[in-house]
Design a protein around this ligand. Structure first.
Ligand code: GAR
Length: 222
């Protein structure tokens, strides 16, 4: 079975979704730059080895990334998943795992790379927001896109309500993307997502409009 090392920095809800899904891969280790990350407790509860490489113990990013790569390579994983890993990674690190490292980002890239995506989506007045799983390439949050899911931005939304709606979709598409990766249904070649089985996987997963949304109520005449 293919193996995965997950890199985490915080809450770990995406890690939990990965652990809870029946995926054709095994999570062989969870590594964090923060010893306080709740994600580490989730990994331990699942019996998965963990390690902390605290970036604050390194005066240079290169040294941190070198140590991180050593820790990853101990497990010789097929894939690396950034699951709420909040450090920017340098070119050498990214190249080392080219085509094998993926990330989940809480926006419909290329819109809103970086931080505070839900706040910025609200400020921009977009009607549709969402999340993206993509291969990691040197340009931050700009790697080739594997799958996205869209959600409506509803009147009255704030950062928390919009973020919660997006997070539900994150938990759907990240396990899905990893399953495709593990079974060779998506791959990266020359900076493009390819479909070795000659069948493109669906690139957009949009949830059915919930009966509770104003739009669904309007459509049903209630
Ligand atoms: C998730 O929303 C993830 O998309 C985001 O951090 C959160 C981590 O939550 N990642 C990024 O913003 C990376 N650019 P989690 O720890 O509960 O999975």
């Amino acid at each position: 079975m293919k193996t995965l090392v997950a890199l985490v920095s915080g809450r770990g809800s995406n890690l939990q979704a990965i652990l809870d899904a029946s995926l054709p891969l095994r999570v062989s280790a969870v590594l964090s730059n923060d010893s306080q990350a709740q994600a580490l407790a989730r990994a331990r509860a699942a019996g998965i080895p963990t390690a902390v490489i605290d970036h604050r113990n390194f005066s240079e990013r290169m040294a941190f990334e070198h140590r991180l790569a050593e820790a990853i390579d101990c497990f010789a994983p097929d894939f690396i998943a950034l699951a709420g890993f909040m450090r920017v990674l340098g070119d050498a690190f990214v190249q080392r795992y080219a085509g094998r490292m993926v990330n989940i980002h809480p926006s419909l890239l290329p819109a809103f790379p970086g931080l505070h995506t839900h706040r910025r989506a609200l400020e921009a007045g977009v009607r549709i927001h969402g999340c993206t799983v993509h291969f990691v390439t040197p340009a931050l949050d700009m790697g080739p896109i594997i799958v996205q899911s869209a959600v409506p931005v509803l009147p009255g939304d704030d950062e928390a309500s919009l973020g919660a709606r997006v997070l539900v979709e994150e938990h759907r598409i990240y396990p899905q993307a990893l399953a495709w990766l593990a079974t060779g249904r998506v791959a990266l070649h020359a900076d493009r997502v390819t479909y070795p089985h000659d069948r493109a996987e669906p690139a957009l997963i949009a949830p059915a409009l919930d009966a509770a949304t104003p739009m669904a109520r309007a459509q049903s005449g209630r």
